[in-house]
Design a protein around this ligand. Structure first.
Ligand SMILES: Nc1ncnc2c1ncn2[C@@H]1O[C@H](COP(=O)(O)OP(=O)(O)O)[C@@H](O)[C@H]1O
Ligand SMILES: [Mg+2]
Length: 514
């Protein structure tokens, strides 16, 4: 006869087995719903947490570049704990599991010196068991899955748990491999689409919008000639970049490209800078000096901010344009130069003309071929590819592998980039250099970006609107990080679930809005 206690034990075991099966089924369901890596892994961890009563759990993945293990999804840890959870190969239990490619169990972490508790998530270590299995496919280790468990008398044992964890780890491994190839295919598709669309290409210049493609086409047409080009557009739109492209795509590319900013030098020195001077032609002219026009012989001279040329100097420039000749300051000898002239300005030349600050004849001479570089707000479709381009560039330069969260991309897209490409470039460089982790989230962005998100309003946004906008971004960010589980997001933000529910309604936040 079986005793009552034994019967009860048997029954408990059946219940537990059922739970295990349910958990494994849930995990495989979660992993096949989508390719959202972090969100799916997070759901896996909370499934293990709720169905198998595992107190804490983490998925660590190996970062290919740093060769470090980083937590990508966790259950029962705060954001702060997660940030601290980094291990090198061979370091701590987690690092050892990765290195040895075998599971490890620490029956009581309170008694185990190898246990580092790096995340600081366990104030009380005694009585907690720690189970850790490698995430492997074939012979390649991708990461480590770990859980904390408190074994009570009535339920659970290490062998059962290890078996479940190994199954889950192999499901995760397969998912990660699939996810990687999915990402690769997506990237390729994106690249192909781009290549098809961009009929005209210029090295190091990004632009698939129709506006930029028109510019590219014009550059291809004018570059081979000696025609004077006037580049117009706001600061940071790429005028100098295009000026260089014109030079390097022209038959003069073996000659020099000489840049001169007409706004950078006091008026009194401009003439000698541009045309050179003879020794002793004025106080301080201790030796003969060639000017920019002479230095640019057989090449291209790029006169930036040409709208700032003082009216007194304009006739001499006009003469170079017409006759390709000039005299050095303090000399009567005429010098011939074979130079192509490209100019640029961000100023309203027509307005300067009507004010008498710019000569009409010079204006027409410069304006033979005007090219307009559109500001970023008029070619928003170029923003994502510019971001990709700069990310790749600065990752390469800094030996990093930084990626941007989806909602970060959204914020960058919504910003109105008053400084155009230059500002975007600087922002991405800063993010790559300053970001502590390889994934940039909304909270890593400078506040100014979040504030100026309200570009559509046209009017300058009120302070309360700004604060709301920042709050909304933070809530979406927290929801993203917690797999859209409101209670968890609330905890992350330090507010109550009721408060977050209220704000979600107030800001009309939906999962698909990001
Ligand atoms: N279309 C573009 N593709 C890639 N980089 C760009 C592009 N436009 C501008 N940049 C970069 O932005 C910065 C500012 O461009 P620049 O040519 O100096 O602008 P501008 O002369 O109009 O002020 C430079 O670092 C430049 O390389
Ligand atoms: Mg410039």
């Amino acid at each position: 006869m079986e005793s009552g206690a034994k019967k009860k034990q048997k029954k408990d075991r059946v219940v537990h087995k059922n739970r295990e099966l349910t958990a494994i089924l849930e995990v495989s369901k979660v992993l096949t719903t989508s390719f959202a890596l972090e969100r799916n892994l997070l759901s896996v961890m909370s499934t293990l947490g709720s169905l198998l009563e595992m107190q804490r759990g983490c998925v660590f993945l190996l970062e290919p570049l740093s060769r470090e293990l980083r937590i990508v999804a966790a259950h029962g840890l705060t954001k702060k704990n997660i940030g601290k959870g980094k291990y090198r190969i061979g370091e701590g239990i987690v690092g050892r599991v990765l290195e040895k490619k075998i599971p490890m169990v620490i029956p009581n972490i309170g008694k185990e010196p190898l246990f580092l508790n790096k995340t600081g998530s366990r104030p009380e270590k005694d009585g907690i068991s720690f189970l850790c299995v490698p995430i492997m496919i074939k012979n390649e280790v991708l990461g480590v899955l770990s859980v904390d468990r408190i074994y009570s008398k009535k339920q659970g044992n290490v062998d059962d748990d290890l078996r479940v964890l190994r199954i889950v780890a192999s499901l995760i491994a397969q998912f990660i491999k699939l996810w990687e190839s999915y990402e690769e295919v997506e990237k390729e598709k994106e690249n192909l689409k781009r290549e098809l669309k961009a009929r005209y290409r210029i090295e190091n210049v990004i632009g698939q919008s129709d506006r930029m493609q028109e510019v590219f086409e014009a550059v291809h047409r004018v570059a081979p000639s000696k025609a004077t080009v006037l580049l117009r557009g706001e600061s940071g739109t790429g005028k100098e970049l295009i000026a260089k492209a014109i030079h390097y795509m022209s038959p003069r590319n073996a000659g020099p490209f000489v840049k001169f900013n007409c706004a950078s030098i006091p008026e009194g020195l401009l003439e000698s800078e541009l045309f050179g001077h003879e020794k002793g032609s004025f106080t301080g002219a201790v030796s003969l000096r060639k000017g920019k026009f002479e230095l640019a012989d057989k090449g291209t001279i790029f006169l930036d901010e040409v709208g700032d040329l003082p009216i007194t100097l304009q006739p001499k420039i006009l003469r170079v344009l017409q006759e390709r000749e000039f005299e050095r300051v303090g000399s009567e000898k005429t010098i011939k130069t074979d130079v192509r002239i490209v100019t640029a300005t961000s100023r309203d030349l027509e307005n300067l003309l009507s004010q008498g600050k710019f000569r009409e004849d010079l204006y027409y001479r410069l304006n033979v071929i005007p090219l307009f570089l559109p500001p970023m707000r008029e070619r928003e479709e170029d923003i994502p590819i510019l971001i990709d381009y700069f990310l790749e560039k600065f990752n390469r330069e800094n030996n990093r592998l930084v990626v941007l969260d989806k909602n970060v991309l959204q914020i960058l897209l919504n910003y109105n980039w008053p400084g155009n490409v230059r500002e975007l470039e600087n922002t991405i460089e800063r993010l790559v250099i300053m970001s502590g982790s390889d994934r940039v989230t909304a909270s890593d962005l400078p506040v100014s970006l979040s504030i100026r998100r309200l570009k559509s309003s046209g009017k300058s946004a009120s302070l309360t609107a700004n604060v709301k906008e920042i709050e909304k971004v933070n809530i979406i960010d927290a929801l993203e990080k917690t797999g859209w589980i409101q209670a968890k997001a609330a905890r992350l933000l330090g507010i109550t679930p009721r408060q977050i529910g209220y704000k979600i309604t107030k800001y009309d936040i939906e999962e698909k809005t990001v």
